[in-house]
Design a protein around this ligand. Structure first.
Ligand code: PLP
Length: 371
């Protein structure tokens, strides 16, 4: 049996190990100078003025929602995303309102967002799913017209660009995750970026007990703090990010070229003018054409040592947590995607040999199915 090809593989090396060793030897573990350096370097990389590092992407979304929303506010989120995008709106006391996604980009469909705006709508929360930017310009227009906040979920989109501009450079707050499967990891961790001075100040206070000076608490806050250990890893990872994204794009191009034209398989696309960073390479299977279910297809790849993932098997309106938030008919695209998507390995550690093996196995599996 050849080695297993994993769905994700963090790129860690000497720089990360040395960085962590230095922090441990210094005895300075909590967030300090290194965290501040990581915040400013990461923010600069994504084109924002300020970075506020927190202990997870989920915490970043929670803090953004807490800072911008009031109880009873409605926030329009995609029906097709990881649960935290919507559950943190709920955690902040506001109400997520689901909208359908675009069939090509898997991201929020602006026309459907517009239909769901009410007098209580306060924000739109696009997700740059799989590393492909959402249609930010159309959403910004809606936000402007209806005086809404924009909160970006870029947990899968470090370095992704919308019409030449990094997704992190847009208003009001953009949230990142540094979980091990993301394009940049610090084990656990996350960051909010913004170019709004007052908002940055508020987020910093809320991150740590609303503390302005030692034991003086000016607002309700939490402990969502980062550490200098994580910052050491993050700074080393930031040096690898551009090359890693380029490698992901090369891998995606090879997969797209070699898998195109297989009946029943649809290849992910990068829409005109955008820069996809392929946190996932997510194909769509047409079970009628291919002659087997997505889950059967997946099991066959697993038998050949190829790990795949389903992001995500349930649209949010089908989650038990969100019972009563909508029916399948309200979200036809999202409902269809949840049944048909399959993510293949695309991470930068894949070798040419791995890619060729994956391509061969996917082709053979599709051919077997048709027989
Ligand atoms: C990973 C992810 C999150 C959550 O980040 P954590 O660091 O795991 O808390 C939120 N939204 C999306 C789209 C994600 O992919």
């Amino acid at each position: 049996m050849p080695h297993k090809i994993h769905i994700a593989h963090p790129q860690l090396g000497r720089a990360e190990i040395e960085g962590v060793r230095r922090v441990l030897k210094s005895g300075h573990l909590r967030a300090g100078a290194l965290t501040e350096r990581f915040e400013s370097e990461f923010a600069r990389f994504v084109g924002a003025r300020f970075g506020i590092a927190v202990n997870s992407g989920t915490s970043a979304l929670f803090l953004a929602a807490k800072a911008l929303l009031r109880p009873g506010d409605e926030v329009i989120v995609p029906d097709f995303t990881f649960v935290a995008t919507a559950s943190m709106v709920l955690a902040a006391g506001a109400r997520p309102v689901f909208a359908d996604v675009n069939e090509k980009t898997f991201t929020l469909e602006p026309a459907d967002v517009e239909r769901r705006i009410t007098s209580r709508t306060r924000a739109i929360l696009p997700v740059h799913l799989y590393g492909h930017p959402a249609d930010i310009l159309a959403l910004e227009r809606l936000a402007k017209r209806h005086r809404l906040h924009l909160i970006g979920d870029a947990a899968q989109a470090h370095g992704a660009k919308y019409q030449g501009q990094d997704v992190g450079s847009f208003r009001d707050i953009v949230c990142y995750s540094f979980y091990p499967t993301k394009n940049l990891t610090t084990a656990e961790g996350g960051m909010l970026v913004t170019s709004n001075t007052r908002l940055a100040e508020k987020l910093r206070l809320m991150r740590s007990h609303g503390e302005r000076r030692r034991y003086e608490h000016v607002c309700l806050g939490y402990n969502l703090r980062f550490t200098d250990i994580a910052a050491a890893i993050g700074l080393a990872q930031l040096r690898r990010l551009s090359a890693g994204n380029r490698k992901r794009r090369q891998n995606a191009a090879a997969l797209a070229r070699e898998l195109a034209g297989i009946a029943g398989i649809e290849i992910p696309q990068e829409t005109e003018g955008n820069f996809h960073v392929y946190n996932s390479f997510t194909i769509r299977l047409n079970p009628k054409v291919i002659g087997m279910s997505r889950d059967e297809f997946r099991a066959r790849l697993a038998r050949h040592g190829i790990e795949t993932a389903v992001h995500y098997p349930l649209p949010l309106h089908r989650q038990p947590l969100f019972r009563g938030y909508g029916r399948d008919e309200d979200f036809p695209v999202s409902t269809r995607l949840a049944k048909t998507v399959l993510s293949l390995p695309v991470h930068p550690a894949l070798t040419t040999h791995d890619l060729n093996r994956m391509i061969r196995v996917v082709r053979n599996t599709a051919a077997e199915a048709l027989r």
